[in-house]
Design a binder for this molecule. Structure first.
Ligand code: NAD
Length: 323
């Protein structure tokens, strides 16, 4: 990381979250003065407690807080707050995720405008892309198609959030806008379990708990690509520095793995050999997902440093030997 962030005053809404906490780590390491605003709805201070007095923490709901005051004097706001649960079967989730993500993003964007902040990172998602987008997926146009079907509420919210931020940046206030479209993130800090957990922690839970078999949604042939959250955070900081031209930039890995192979690797690392059942009555999402991050690489020199296997080893270790 270069010296761009040194001494910068940076506010990170959602900085106690899974990805946000890695962004905070990198900013502190780079010498930034960091404030975090989080309501701890899915975040926890323990993820960033190692920074002690080097960061300022505000526990507040972004939707109701006075963000103009919180953002006053900031050089940049990097918005890592949002509602990003894994797949569930609740039909209401589309509306909840659509409205919830819009409310949070609108509040943060309005705060940025009111405080006159010069640089803003909006975190979107790869779920904005249609199911039949070419794989690996670059920053392709949507051609009138909807976002990823199983995540349509979330994907539509992210499309709308992007649109509103681009419009605001093009208006009179003219702040530098970076838009990140991350693909699936993973890492040991993503250890939520139960309904709404992301795919890797949720598979790991079933591998390590007492259940006699592992049930995987769909055929098991669907592929995904995963980027370690520490690498993703690095990509986001580079994007905020070098790609603040209002054009979305993908951040992710082009290494595809099928769900079946993912379960096999996790079982190997966990030392288990449970039978696996593929439940084709459950949704499996897009047949393939992988990221073409060549725009980010060209503009910033970004390269991933943590392989899928290394990151999975870290996650299994964290579950078997909790700190
Ligand atoms: N995890 C992924 O694989 C992934 C992939 C693509 C995009 N994203 C996006 O990245 C961002 C961060 O995701 P994450 O996985 O770290 O999620 P997360 O749930 O771990 O982090 C979100 C943080 O925002 C906080 N928050 C939520 N609502 C808030 C509110 N009203 N006021 C204050 N704080 C609030 C939560 O407490 C949490 O700390 C989200 O915008 C998400 O859509 C995540």
């Amino acid at each position: 990381m270069g010296c761009y962030w040194n001494e910068k005053r940076v506010v990170v809404p959602g900085g106690a979250g899974f990805i946000g906490s890695h962004v905070v780590d990198l900013l502190v390491e780079a010498g930034a003065q960091v404030s975090v605003i989080d309501d701890l709805s899915s975040g926890c201070w323990s993820r960033i407690e190692g920074h002690g007095g080097r960061i300022v923490r505000h526990e507040a709901d972004l939707v109701t807080a006075d963000l103009a005051e919180c953002f006053e004097g900031a050089d940049a706001v990097l918005n890592l707050a949002g509602l990003a649960p894994g797949l569930t079967l609740e039909s209401s989730r589309h509306e909840v995720l659509y409205q919830g993500n819009l409310r949070i993003a609108d509040a943060v964007l309005n705060g940025v405008l009111a405080a006159g902040v010069g640089r803003y990172l909006e975190v979107s998602s790869s779920c904005v892309y249609p199911d039949d987008a070419a794989v690996p997926t670059g920053e392709v146009s949507f051609d009138g198609k909807g976002p990823e079907e199983v995540n349509r509420g979330y994907g539509n919210a992210k499309r709308e959030v992007e649109r509103r931020a681009i419009e605001a940046a093009a208006g009179g206030s003219r702040f530098a806008l970076a838009i990140a479209r991350p693909f699936n993130a993973f890492g040991a800090r993503d250890m939520a379990t139960g309904a709404g957990a992301h795919v890797i922690p949720s598979l790991l839970e079933r591998i390590l708990d007492a259940s006699p078999e592992i049930v995987v949604w769909g055929s098991g042939r669907q592929t995904r690509s995963f980027i370690h959250a520490a690498d993703l955070a690095m990509g986001m900081l580079l994007a905020a520095e070098y790609c603040a031209d209002s054009n979305p930039v993908n951040i992710g890995s082009n290494e595809e793995i099928s769900m079946k192979d993912l379960v096999d690797v996790l079982q190997e690392l966990a030392g288990t050999d449970k039978p696996v059942r593929f439940d084709r009555t459950k949704p499996e999402g897009a047949a393939r997902k992988a990221c073409d991050a060549s725009r980010l690489e060209r503009m910033t020199g970004f390269r991933q440093r943590i392989s899928l296997r290394q990151g999975l080893e870290e996650m299994v270790r964290a579950r078997l030997v909790p700190s």
